[in-house]
Design a binder for this molecule. Structure first.
Ligand SMILES: Cc1cc2nc3c(=O)[nH]c(=O)nc-3n(C[C@H](O)[C@H](O)[C@H](O)COP(=O)(O)OP(=O)(O)OC[C@H]3O[C@@H](n4cnc5c(N)ncnc54)[C@H](O)[C@@H]3O)c2cc1C
Length: 423
């Protein structure tokens, strides 16, 4: 097929690509490798169960983006929840975050945490994420929860992460807040309430998709290479497109390999991140846990770091779970073995019992899942972005920009870029 000219060529129909297209309202074309739009915000329906790619909950900061969805759905299809999140610590459930709920631990553990919290050595500047944790919370809180949990999640040495690697998503707390919380429970995390569509996160994303001209979204179209000099891309099926602006939302590691240039592939090698194996599990009846929305598991003997309960969020009558297991980017994942281990651990933890039947399940590998934020690499990524901008190429979204952000953050960034480019 011949070459086609497009003003705004968008790679990826996830929430970032769809939002950009919704705001640019000009000559755009989205190329998406999958058979459906949505990226990581897609929803899977199997039997009686509705699942996302791991829990995808909306914690809106702005009315503008919240209303894009709420104005377009039946009000009865939206659930608002005050979150009920726990930590499974030594066979007991304590409230999350650990650092503000140490008073729920057994007496000696509580004393150790409190003692170390008072005697910690705070610094002006921290060298890395782990250093910051020790400095702000003291040895016991770090070693009982923050270190093992985050090592399971990020699947890396926490000293390789920036002190602010989790940004606003990390529940900081000072001694005053910790002590006050012992008397009056005040959740200080960014997401103490959330909103969730009954038909899964994908039903919200479909609203963005439905507003677009379907002729301008090419599904099952994978970009194979990018030619910066000629401002052109080639797809796997041999089509060529030239662009004035290229908006990438595919993961940066993947994107860098499309240029076929050594300096880009070298940077790709340096990017550090984890991948997450997600199991969505549907059982024939409910678990004994009927309130909890999600639970954090710091115990290194257990394969998963977090589990969630769709049935408790949706008030449905069969256990419907997501399970998250973190891996290094290079790890080989044995899905069958992990499923077996997961079911064994759920039984050991009394979350399921022997009589419960697994009716449906799916496994998804999110690769990448969490970007490892590191100052040195960050500088190189910023430099690269500036260089690409000079060629009309922009890379946005959680994975395109190589950052840690929410779905709404992706929308905010995509809208800003569309405004900047149409000025
Ligand atoms: C475990 C986990 C839990 C999360 N939970 C939440 C949550 O509760 N709330 C929240 O707000 N956020 C959550 N997130 C973050 C959220 O998933 C992301 O912020 C958001 O989905 C990113 O959207 P995106 O459009 O930038 O990228 P993506 O969704 O990754 O979209 C990129 C698109 O590009 C396509 N693509 C890739 N390569 C090519 C190619 N060569 N050619 C064509 N197309 C290509 C992909 O198929 C994909 O559709 C979570 C993330 C993880 C990993």
């Amino acid at each position: 097929m011949g070459e086609k000219k497009v003003k705004y060529l968008i790679i990826g129909a996830g929430i970032s690509g769809l939002t950009f297209a919704n705001y640019i309202k000009d000559d755009y074309l989205i190329l998406e490798k999958e058979a459906e739009a949505g990226g990581y915000c897609r929803t899977i329906k199997k039997g009686d169960f509705i699942w996302d790619y791991a829990g995808h909950f909306f914690h809106f900061k702005t009315d503008e983006f919240k209303n894009i969805f709420l104005d377009n759905v039946d009000k009865n299809d939206v659930i608002y929840q005050e979150k009920c999140t726990k930590i499974l610590y030594k066979n007991a459930l304590i409230d999350y975050p650990f650092q503000t709920n140490i008073h729920e631990l057994e007496k000696q553990e509580f004393i150790d945490c409190l003692y170390d919290l008072f005697n910690k050595e705070e610094k002006e500047n921290y060298d890395n994420f782990l250093d910051m944790l020790y400095g702000k919370f003291g040895k016991s809180i770090v070693e009982k929860f923050l270190k093992p949990y985050n090592e399971k999640l990020y699947a890396c040495d926490l000293r390789t992460l920036d002190k602010d690697a989790m940004g606003r998503f990390f529940p900081y707390a000072n001694i005053k807040q910790i002590i006050n919380n012992m008397k009056k429970n005040e959740d200080i995390s960014y997401n103490n309430t959330f909103l969730y569509p009954k038909n899964g996160a994908g039903s919200f994303i479909n609203i963005l998709y439905d507003k677009l001209d379907k002729k301008k979204i090419l599904l099952k179209t994978t970009i194979q290479s990018i030619d910066i000099k000629n401002k052109a891309v080639k797809t796997q099926n041999g089509d060529e497109y030239t662009f004035e602006y290229l908006i990438n939302t595919a993961p940066l590691n993947h994107f860098l390999n499309l240029f076929n240039e050594e300096k880009f592939t070298n940077l790709e090698q340096e990017l550090s991140y984890n991948k997450v194996l997600v199991f969505n599990l549907g059982f024939n009846k409910k678990s004994k846990l009927v309130k909890e929305h999600w639970i954090y598991i710091p115990d290194k003997d257990c394969n998963y770091y977090r589990i969630g309960f769709y049935d408790n969020i949706l008030n449905s009558d069969k256990l419907s779970m997501y399970i998250e297991i973190g891996y290094d980017k290079k790890a080989n994942i044995n899905v069958e073995e992990q499923l077996k281990l997961t079911l064994e651990n759920l039984q050991k933890q009394n979350i399921i019992d022997k009589e419960m039947i697994l009716e449906e399940h799916v496994a998804i590998i999110m690769d990448p899942a969490y970007v490892h934020i590191n100052g040195e690499t960050d500088k190189k990524v910023t430099k690269l972005k500036t260089e690409l901008n000079e060629h009309g190429i922009y890379t946005i979204g959680r994975y395109g920009a190589w950052t840690y952000c929410s779905m709404e953050d992706c929308m905010i960034e995509a809208k800003k870029l569309s405004e900047k480019l149409s000025e």
